[in-house]
Design a protein around this ligand. Sequence first.
Ligand SMILES: [Fe+2]
Ligand SMILES: [Fe+2]
Length: 230
Amino acid sequence: MAHQSIDLKKEQQYSLNMPKYKYSLISKMFFFGMDVIAGKKDDLPKAKLLEILASIPYRVWEIRHYMKQTRKYKNTDIVQISANIINWGRHAQDNEYTHLLVIHEKMKEDGIKDKWYLSSFATFFFVVFYVVTARLLAFFSQKRAFLFNAEFEKHAEQVYARLVEDNPQWEKQKLTNPFVKTYADVETWSDVFRRISLDERDHMNQSFEFAGKPEQVVKYQGMPESYYKR
Ligand SMILES: [Fe+2]
Ligand SMILES: [Fe+2]
């Protein structure tokens, strides 16, 4: 995707001042649970936990829809819809995993230690819980699963926009890490996290579209319509 014409600072301001969105009860409960585990304040370890969970729904849907494609191989429409979900899901889960690695690099650079909830013992339980939730949601309603994910991604977009605001020192920290440069070839760490925030917006937009709520899609300033066509 061509991101050259995106004004990262402007989009961050939009994320921070987004019109209020009415989150569903399940999302509110999930965010509350995250606050109880990782504290109310957003920081890098908490974002790490978010990223550990973020790829899970995409992986669950990918497997589900591969199975569906096999069951319904005679129905080309169903096969195509599943193919769209699989292709998107594969891209999105790789993207979420890259976010995890980028946060890890930043924490290493700053000497920030993992918190208790990032131990492999603790994350095991969070991951199992989230896998079960994602599977149940997709089993009962794939649409509802997309909607919950859209809300998760909207929340994530705002978390990163706020992180940049809360860490003004990132503005002066030049990006030298070669791996992170391959993710986003930008000048400062602030812009790296602004870019992550917009990746979450992309995930949200696509989730809303798959959930049948295209009116919730948040467009970028000055981007052509073709950008939003899948
Ligand atoms: Fe992410
Ligand atoms: Fe995401």
